[in-house]
Design a protein around this ligand. Structure first.
Ligand SMILES: NC(=O)C1=CN([C@@H]2O[C@H](COP(=O)(O)OP(=O)(O)OC[C@H]3O[C@@H](n4cnc5c(N)ncnc54)[C@H](OP(=O)(O)O)[C@@H]3O)[C@@H](O)[C@H]2O)C=CC1
Ligand SMILES: N[C@@H](CC=O)C(=O)O
Length: 433
């Protein structure tokens, strides 16, 4: 039976995501009410610039005092889509104290302080839902947290940042320049308020921390995730990947160690074979593979960024939190966890593509090969291309077999000391084979 008293929702932030949340709440009001069992009412919208025109939103609802809004005492659900650490963190905990459940899309905050937020939610008996924080519209947090709770997840690998995938895709397929592609991604609402978070890999690292925590029933903070962005990926890297039958993607990879006693979490550009399903993930789409002991390999795919797709995930959470409110229950909350240590990047084992500028003279190949051998890094293929330039340099591309990341770092350090190695043009990991 439909409850007549509406559930009151405070919307904190009305930018790319928030404006779509407000629009869908209005246009789908009847559907949402039917699914929840009560009407939902937008009770206030907190923003920074009150004079900005916001289509479809009653100006009387707009406020710059987000704190007063969450402290009103009659708010059932707070949707936080401001982003960043503060004031978002204080607003969320204040919302719990004043009786509201919270839906957030804020991966930066959850990866920085997720445990404290969960503890605050639990202390006050409130819900904290954040499906939109990882991979936009793709249902991933709830399947990992609930559907796979009875299985053992060993690996999560995927593309979790739409902006960087959009940029790499444009550079690869249409030869667009890096800045031009970033501007387009920003105009389409994919990039963070500060796009450095996207291109330097911080956004993907936050998502990797959240995913590793949920998947392995542990806690991983963003600072524990190894991170490289895409700012140093060049057109030459992309061309070199093509020659190998690969493409370049920014990957997030979270793994449980074989003995189950530690985990690794990393974000970096990698070459993957064109035959791999991740290679065909285009534009701002995301795709995530989850490997679980009983389920086997699962793939989640869909739009990873943008106002409307992200709003879909936010509204799914809104329905869940509202249903819990009516049933006077709370959702699954944070499951019990064991704090597993996060191993350093040096312990990771993978393959490498190394591009060197070397002197084009007899014996160089042997010298380079000796360095790899001394560090215990086995070479798979070598391609040398004489440039016939006045400096007498050649390009040498070495692809290794699987090796310890620490051994590869040692190899590169030793190579840099050789007189005949004029420069290390690029180092990229090779994944997905
Ligand atoms: N864009 C996307 O594709 C996705 C975004 N997210 C996450 O969603 C969140 C929001 O992102 P997005 O909508 O893109 O960000 P925007 O920058 O577009 O919007 C932020 C909103 O917050 C408001 N705001 C900022 N500071 C304050 C403050 N102190 N008090 C009140 N309001 C404030 C802004 O007000 P004003 O309008 O006046 O400037 C704006 O309305 C972030 O956590 C982001 O990481 C998650 C998945 C995808
Ligand atoms: N900036 C993010 C938005 C979604 O999380 C991205 O590009 O993926």
């Amino acid at each position: 039976m439909m409850r007549t008293r509406p559930l009151k929702v405070a919307l904190l932030g009305c930018g790319v995501v928030g404006s779509e949340v407000a629009r869908i709440m209005t246009t789908h009001a009847d559907d949402l009410a039917a699914r929840i069992g009560a009407p939902v009412e937008l009770a206030g919208v907190a923003v920074r610039r009150p004079s900005k025109v916001r289509e479809g939103i009653d100006p009387a609802l707009i406020t710059t005092d987000a704190t007063a809004l969450v402290k009103r005492g009659d708010i059932d659900v707070v949707i936080e889509v401001i982003g960043g650490i503060e004031p978002a963190r204080t607003l969320i905990t204040t919302a719990f104290e004043h009786g509201a459940g919270v839906v957030s899309a804020n991966k930066a905050l959850l990866a920085e302080d997720g445990s404290a937020l969960h503890a605050a939610a639990e202390k006050h008996g409130r819900d904290l839902y954040y499906e939109a924080a990882v991979a936009g519209a793709i249902p991933l947090v709830r399947p990992l947290r609930e559907s796979l709770a009875g299985d053992k997840v060993n690996r999560v690998l995927g593309i979790v940042n739409g902006t960087t995938n959009f940029i790499l895709d444009k550079m690869d397929t249409s030869g667009a320049g890096y800045s031009e592609a970033l501007d387009e991604a920003t105009a389409l609402g994919y990039a963070e308020a500060d796009p450095t978070a996207d291109v330097e890999g911080f956004d993907a690292a936050a998502k990797a921390a959240i995913l590793a925590g949920i998947a392995f029933h542990t806690r991983v903070r963003i600072g524990e995730v190894y991170r490289e962005g895409i700012t140093e990926v060049t057109a030459a890297d992309i061309a070199s990947a093509r020659r190998m039958g690969c493409t370049v993607k920014l990957l997030a990879i979270c793994e449980r160690a074989a003995d189950g006693r530690s985990v690794t979490a990393r974000v970096h550009p990698a070459m993957i074979p064109l035959s791999h399903p991740l290679a065909s993930v285009r534009e701002a789409y995301n795709a995530v593979f989850v490997e679980a002991e009983a389920a086997g390999q699962l793939m989640f795919y869909g739009p990873g960024a943008g106002g409307s797709p992200t709003a879909s995930a936010v509204l799914g959470d809104l329905v869940a939190v509202c249903r819990n409110k009516i049933g006077e229950a709370t959702g699954p909350g944070e499951s019990a966890y064991t704090r597993l240590p996060v191993s350093p990047m040096g312990d990771v084992v993978t393959r490498y593509h190394i591009s060197l500028d070397v002197a084009d003279k007899p014996g160089v190949l042997a010298q380079v090969a000796t360095v790899f051998a001394e560090q215990g890094v086995s070479i798979d293929t070598v391609r040398q291309q004489s440039r016939q330039d006045p400096d007498g340099e050649a390009s040498l591309v070495v692809v290794t077999h699987r090796a310890l990341d620490a051994a590869l770092s040692g190899t590169v350090e030793a190579l840099r000391k050789l007189d005949t190695v004029r420069g290390v043009a690029s180092i990229m990991r090779v994944e997905g084979e």
